[in-house]
Design a protein around this ligand. Structure first.
Ligand SMILES: [Zn+2]
Length: 333
């Protein structure tokens, strides 16, 4: 199983469905009583609906595929929710006892597809402890839930490749030939607890949707790709080890490359001492120092060929001393 352990936390509104759906059917009560130690009556439980997520593009330019919503439908049943940002109320929990994907007639997503959403039915016991939360839900103070889940991969809307792979170079939120790039969240395989988020004073302040990449990326390509995104990433000891190993390898290769360049420089200086006796040694040394590896290879090839074609001129005699000083073993005509 190739799971990249991408954890998504999504905020969604529950306002539109919450108001009128507190009636508990007998079937629902039976489902609820699967989780309780004793049989509860419909008067004892407070039931409400929550939209957990949908297939529309969100603020992070991501959307769940409809298939993913159906997977999540199974994964969220039984999961408990807590009231966020309120430690004293941490024991106020609700539990999802039913979940279903529903098409909303006539509604389309930003991409023009039929709109689907995952709606959960949740319950909590009517108690004094929960009365404050029930009131804040009823009054619309608590309007959002934050859900967390793990998805197998995020597929690019432009190239259909996994966005964490090196095959995709697109950026979410950017436009390519008029097409918006967004990530399609696929293959969810775990759902975590969900929480109520109180509506903040600043409209945007509370709608934080962090998404942690628990980068269990083991391949170096993935680590490097993560670094390139310039997002804050955390490397575990295994990943740092891998990265340090890679840097050490690069250093070694750079050293070998430098040794090769030095050989080429010496060779060119020896060859040009013969082929271009008018150019002072220091001037030529300054030139080759600035040459790239490709240029060095080309120059060496050129002068080797030139000297092979051209018979030795008498001038060589006067340069012999200079040539000998370079101690160049490769200088053979
Ligand atoms: Zn792409």
């Amino acid at each position: 199983m190739n799971r990249d352990k991408t954890v998504k936390n999504k905020n969604t509104a529950l306002a539109d469905t919450i108001a009128s759906e507190h009636t508990v059917t007998d079937d629902e009560l039976a489902l609820i009583n699967k989780y309780t130690r004793r049989q509860f009556t419909s008067d004892e439980v407070y039931v409400f609906s929550v939209v957990l997520c949908d297939n529309d593009i969100d603020r992070d330019y991501e959307r769940f595929t409809v298939e993913a919503l159906f997977e999540l439908e199974k994964l969220f049943v039984g999961k408990t929710g807590i009231l966020d940002h309120n430690p004293s109320a941490s024991n106020q929990t609700a539990r999802i006892f039913d979940c279903k994907v529903e098409a909303v007639a006539g509604k389309k997503t930003k991409t023009g597809d039929d709109y689907f959403r995952l709606t959960a039915r949740a319950y909590m016991p009517k108690s004094e402890q929960n009365s404050e939360l029930i009131l804040s839900l009823d009054s619309g103070i608590t309007k959002e839930v934050s859900v967390g889940c793990a998805v197998g991969k995020t597929v690019c809307s432009i190239c259909s490749e996994d966005m964490s792979s090196h095959l995709c170079s697109h950026k979410k939120g950017e436009s390519y030939n008029g097409n918006l790039c967004y990530g399609m969240l696929c293959e969810p395989y775990d759902a975590y607890e969900w929480s109520f988020v109180a509506v903040p004073a600043q409209p945007k302040a509370g709608v934080i949707k962090s998404y942690k990449k628990k980068t269990e990326v083991t391949s170096l390509t993935e680590i490097l790709k993560a670094l390139e995104t310039k997002e804050t990433i955390t490397l575990d000891s295994h990943q740092s080890e891998k990265l340090c190993g890679y840097i050490a390898q690069l250093k070694e290769k750079a050293q070998q490359g430098e040794m090769y360049c030095e050989q080429l420089r010496k060779s060119i200086l020896s060859l040009t001492a013969v082929a271009e006796p008018d150019i002072p040694y220091n001037a030529m040394a300054g030139v080759v120092k600035k040459m790239s590896i490709d240029e060095l290879v080309q120059f060496e090839k050129y002068y080797k060929g030139k000297l092979r074609r051209k018979p030795l001129s008498p001038q060589l005699c006067s340069e012999k001393k200079a040539v000998a000083e370079f101690k160049n073993n490769e200088f053979k005509i």
